[in-house]
Write a protein that binds this ligand. Structure first.
Ligand code: TXA
Ligand code: MG
Length: 343
């Protein structure tokens, strides 16, 4: 349903009735339910086929609404003041009203205030905090337009509100400030470590995968022995069904039907009988590349090819690091062997 006052009212009615609704945010589309109702949130897990160990993010209008769900420190307030509404999810100690199913039994809760006007109108109209993971079947690529949600969850969701393509295209940055360890990034996203630095007073580190947390931060060794600090961050996530590998300069020669996704429109590289050629941005704009990434991966996945070669974004910081992290997951960490000559 196209975003309109009627759509907002209908979404609010369904949410107050304990049902799930797909809603646009500035990052990706979310599958929302009343965050204070275990039963409503159970429906999210069911529709997505999501394991119950993977906790949900709660969406609120502002810091006051966040305070109902979490214990806010002065640092939390400063971050909210500076970056909300926007693509920053904060992990904070939870309050008793947050059901176990939302936090997967953890003592912390993930909270963010989305910027998309339609999502904000729905939050205001229903007056509830909304738990909402990305509106995709578990493990697949996150949806960045209403059509993506329709294609995969259309038969399982009573309402999809169409708010146009998502402006940012990558899921929010997750920052764990639940202490006593220093703030640490659990998921790279549109808000970069460099942007967070002035408020934190230091450049936050990215937590190593699955490393248990000690008082000074993540402590090794990472692995199955420790608790998952961002339990949803499994290796194969955001993945196309077609096997894929990463390349840096030039894709390898491959006789199978395949596609190459360049970061920037290549000057010389030409398609051939076996090779389809795509790019994320005309001129290498990293924001455009992030915004288009998931839609492009979905298109590549529909072509019936045998392999996808995905080019890494240049640079190791800022938004490039978030794009490369998603590309790495799409490829399950596979790196192409024998790259072709670079000119
Ligand atoms: O941009 C976004 O964050 C989107 C939109 C819809 O807001 N949502 C989203 O949700 O990406 P989801 O469920 O796909 O990812 C939520 C991540 C998961 O990796 C989960 O493990 C982590 O947040 N998470 C949730 N609660 C947590 C907690 N208490 N501690 C650590 N990680 C948590
Ligand atoms: Mg997700």
């Amino acid at each position: 349903m196209a975003g309109s006052p009627e759509a907002v009212a209908q979404a609010a009615r369904l949410l107050l009735d304990g049902q799930i609704v797909a809603l646009p945010t500035e990052t990706v589309y979310g599958l929302a339910a009343n965050a204070l109702s275990s039963r409503a949130c159970t429906a999210i897990f069911k529709a997505k086929g999501r394991p119950l160990e993977d906790p949900l993010i709660c969406h609120v209008l502002d810091a006051n609404a966040a305070e109902q769900l979490a214990v806010l420190t002065p640092l939390a307030r400063a971050l909210m003041e500076r970056f909300w509404p926007g693509p920053l999810t904060l992990i904070m100690p939870k309050r008793a009203c947050v059901p176990k199913i939302v936090t997967a039994g953890l003592p912390t809760v993930a909270v963010r205030s989305p910027a998309h006007p339609l999502m904000r109108s729905v939050l205001a109209a229903c007056g509830l905090p909304l738990a909402a993971p990305s509106a995709n079947p578990f493990g697949y690529i996150s949806p960045t337009c209403a059509q993506h949600v329709w294609e995969q969850l259309g038969d399982r969701v009573p309402l999809i509100v169409d708010g146009g393509p998502c402006a940012l295209g990558l899921e929010s940055t997750i920052l764990d400030i639940s202490g006593p360890h220093p703030a640490v990034i659990l998921r790279l996203g549109p808000l970069t470590a460099e942007q967070l630095e002035p408020v934190l007073g230091f450049l936050p580190q990215v937590a190593p995968k699955n490393a248990p947390m000690g008082p000074a931060g993540p402590v090794g060794p990472a692995g199955p022995a420790g608790p998952l600090i961002a339990p949803g961050l499994l290796e194969r996530h955001y993945s196309p069904k077609c096997p894929a590998s990463l390349f840096s300069q030039m894709p390898p020669v491959d006789t199978r039907p395949h596609a190459c996704l360049f970061f920037k429109k290549p000057a010389k590289y030409l398609p051939s009988a076996n090779c389809r050629v795509f790019w994320l941005s005309e001129d290498g704009d990293v924001h455009v590349a992030a915004q288009r990434l998931y839609a492009q991966l979905r298109i590549l996945d529909t072509l019936g090819l045998q392999h996808l070669y995905l080019q890494q974004a240049p640079g190791a910081d800022g938004l490039s690091s978030a794009i490369n992290e998603r590309l790495g997951r799409a490829c399950s960490g596979n790196i192409a062997e024998n790259e072709g000559p670079s000119d």
